[in-house]
Design a binder for this molecule. Structure first.
Ligand SMILES: [Zn+2]
Length: 742
């Protein structure tokens, strides 16, 4: 009899697909909806829309930017969405004049110009293209000696200091990569430099990596990476309206008081233009790890010939066009599932951002068509096509700031993508979403191999891991979500407002050097990035499931235990960071004291020995450790009862869901992070000195990295407090699942 029961039970399990947060009956309905959704999808749509949207340069303020917003809005309307174009008015500088020249015996005037390619139909639209520049650079006219600073991050300046090189009053030249680009001029300025040049070394995305365009997708000698250098780790969005929506009537700062605008002139150049400048440098040869792959001996400088950099910008206000398309929920209209991608590009922007945008559009179309046939989501879905992401997350930040009160009440989750291409699923986000996301990746099939996208990701992770890593990964088919730093439109939702967020995209087999250049075109995309839009459709299926399950779940699919595990790992990391810093400082100080640096160096080369550092004190992590132990117990208690919540009444489920999606809000600290109050999330932030690079437990970690021990200790207490209020939310949720609730 027992055997028979077990047998029947497993049969039932095999038939009804269990979905996290759904009763069996609703899981069947949901699975059916998703099947119909998949059947609607058509790669040809993505192709058609990408062709139109990338047909002309569509940066902020261009005619095509507005035309694209109107084109998308009319499509969303035709699919049944209540659609508006939300406009904001932001400071967006464009070049008035650019000059870079090398004086002296071998004078050179930089071309600062990318050339068209006859095989590519949009690369010749010169009159419409934004010139190569870094947005939010300062105006300036400087002439000075040049110094090569490698990637231009703080560690590089320590090395320069050893070599006896001071950049005060100099112009620096840095390679792209190693940090977000805005960090380079910021750190250069902090060290007294008066100008900054950034170039793309071929070792990163040029001929060293593969054939250059049009033979292959890599960067041509004259290819230039445009991009923003605003100090976004302080706050993103319009520099003149921090914390509020940049509406027409909004109160604005004076431009001179906007702290996120760079203080020195900054210009990005090609390696063709960089070569004569680097060749002019004298001084010592660079450390081995600083070398690029140009056919020269790299020197740090300075050169005897001076460099003249002159930049002038039009500091205009430009109108943004955010496309906002709403489908009100049939049962829970005040719970919002928000799905977005940006639509503005630096030039034609086919891969970045449109490949992601067209996947969002196909998702919206399929859901809209099914809604017309009567299958409507329970919760409200809002599709967003953001404008102005490239300069500074302008469109998303201004919209989120403008609607902050309503979003804090209603936003359940924010789902982002930013471009897309062939390869493996990449996912980062709030760690309460990890279990749920893993469930979805079992069900989406990789278009090239026929296995699930999870299997493919797993294989890639194992094969590329080192020996120790492989042993750990083998047998554990699980996708660990990355942590969100900055660099796309999730920032205002997650890091400013505390809305659980996830960022999705495929990639890894779509490498190239077209990023932020005129070569990021439709022609390059269909040849090298995602031929046939197979991965565009895979993104629609993946993100579409996130949207659809969130829109209809009986109980929202958050998992507090995976959140606990991740934060506990972060806590271990910062403790280890302190211990290693302590041990390394001690060793380093001994080396210095015994004068080993002085004895080991080449006496014929300049080398300044480092000075002893302050000893690292112990910090008290007990409040954080005790809180984490409590969090573990509370989270596990809730997850144990999670499935019981499916039996609650609709009213009780609503009450529970409200607690579940607002739990992330308690990770927001009203005063924000030290020196950057706009960033309020205690767990995730962009690095103050790394930019894109995420810093987890940022207040604690960065204080340790900067040797600010007092602040590190204070931050430990603040994080523990935030986690305490998080625990209260988890306990409230568990309280709704006690026997008397049923
Ligand atoms: Zn982008």
């Amino acid at each position: 009899m027992i055997f028979l029961l077990v047998f029947t039970f497993s049969l039932v399990l095999a038939n009804a697909q269990k979905l996290m947060g759904f009763t069996d009956a609703n899981a069947t309905k949901q699975t059916d909806w998703e099947k119909q959704f998949d059947a609607q999808l058509n790669a040809q749509n993505l192709d058609t829309w990408l062709q139109f949207l990338s047909s002309h340069p569509h940066h902020v303020g261009s005619p095509q930017d507005k035309a694209n917003a109107e084109y998308m809005a009319s499509l969303f309307r035709s699919w049944g969405y209540q659609t508006e174009i939300a406009s904001y008015y932001v400071l967006f500088p464009t070049p008035k004049s650019r000059l870079l020249e090398l004086n002296g015996s071998k004078p050179y005037k930089a071309k600062l110009m990318e050339t068209g390619v006859k095989e590519d139909k949009t690369t010749n639209q010169f009159s419409e293209q934004l010139p190569t520049y870094n947005a939010y650079s300062a105006d300036g006219d400087v002439t000075a000696e040049l110094v090569f600073v490698n990637r231009g991050i703080p560690a590089d300046y320590e090395e320069l200091d050893r070599m006896g090189i001071d950049v005060k009053g100099k112009i620096v030249i840095a390679k792209y990569g190693g940090s977000w680009r805005g960090i380079k001029p910021k750190v250069a300025y902090e060290h007294g430099a008066i100008g900054c040049i950034i170039y793309s070394d071929p070792e990163d995305d040029g001929y060293t990596q593969g054939d250059v365009y049009p033979e292959g997708p890599f960067r041509r000698p004259d290819g230039v990476q445009r991009g923003s250098v605003m100090d976004m780790p302080v706050y993103p969005g319009d520099p003149l309206t921090p914390g509020i929506g940049a509406t027409k009537e909004a109160k604005r700062l004076d431009r001179k008081d906007a702290i996120t605008i760079m203080k020195i002139p900054v210009l990005p150049i090609s390696y063709e233009d960089a070569l004569p400048l680097l060749q002019s440098l004298g001084g010592q040869t660079v450390p081995v790890t600083w070398r690029g792959s140009l056919p020269i001996t790299y020197h740090v400088g300075p050169g005897k010939d001076k460099v003249h950099l002159k930049l002038e910008f039009n500091w205009d206000q430009k109108q943004l066009f955010d496309v906002i398309a709403k489908m009100p929920g049939s049962e829970l209209p005040d719970e919002w599932i928000i799905r977005g991608n940006h639509h503005d590009g630096w030039v034609n922007g086919a891969a970045d951002p449109l490949a992601g945008m067209v996947a969002v559009m196909e998702e919206a179309r399929a859901i809209g068509e099914l809604a017309k046939k009567g299958v409507r989501p329970k919760r409200t879905i809002i599709y967003c096509g953001w404008d102005g992401e490239e300069p500074a997350l302008l469109g998303s930040t201004e919209w989120a700031e403008d609607h902050q009160q309503e979003l804090q009440q209603k936003a359940v989750v924010y789902i982002n993508s930013d471009g897309n291409g062939r390869g493996f699923i990449n996912a980062s986000g709030s760690h309460t979403l990890e279990t749920f996301f893993n469930e979805i990746t079992n069900e989406v099939i990789d278009p090239q191999t026929g296995v699930s996208i999870k299997e493919r990701k797993y294989a890639n992770a194992v094969v590329n891991a080192d020996k120790a890593g492989r042993a750990k990964l083998l047998g554990n088919k699980y996708i660990k979500l990355g942590a969100l730093g900055a660099g796309s439109d999730y920032s205002p939702f997650l890091q400013h407002l505390g809305i659980a967020s996830i960022n999705l995209g495929f990639g890894g087999e779509n490498q190239g050097g077209e990023y932020h250049s005129i070569y990021d075109s439709y022609d390059l995309f269909v040849k090298f990035k995602d031929p046939g839009f197979q991965y565009g459709v895979a993104l629609t299926k993946t993100a579409g499931r996130v949207t659809m399950r969130f829109a209809n779940a009986d109980v929202l699919p958050f998992d507090f235990s995976t959140f606990y595990k991740t934060v506990n790992d972060y806590a271990t990391e910062v403790k280890t960071l302190l211990e290693t810093t302590m041990a390394e400082t001690e060793t380093e100080n001994k080396v210095i004291k015994e004068r080993l640096y002085d004895l080991a160096r080449d006496p014929k080369k300049t080398y300044k020995s480092p000075v002893a550092k302050e000893t690292v004190p112990f910090l008290n992590f007990s409040s954080l450790e005790n809180t984490l132990a409590q969090l573990k117990d509370s989270a596990d208690a809730f997850q144990k009862l999670y499935n019981k919540s499916l039996q609650l009444s609709a009213a009780k489920q609503k009450e529970l869901n409200d607690i579940l999606y607002k739990a992330e809000r308690s990770l927001i600290y009203v005063n924000g992070l030290p020196r950057r109050p706009w960033y309020k999330h205690e767990i995730y932030a962009p690095g103050y000195y790394t930019g894109y690079g995420v810093k987890t437990l940022p207040a604690i970690r960065e204080a340790i990295e900067q040797g600010n021990w007092k602040e590190a200790q204070e931050s430990i207490e603040i994080v523990a407090k935030s986690l305490q209020s998080y625990i209260q939310k988890v306990q409230q949720a568990t309280g709704l699942l006690t026997p008397k609730a049923f």
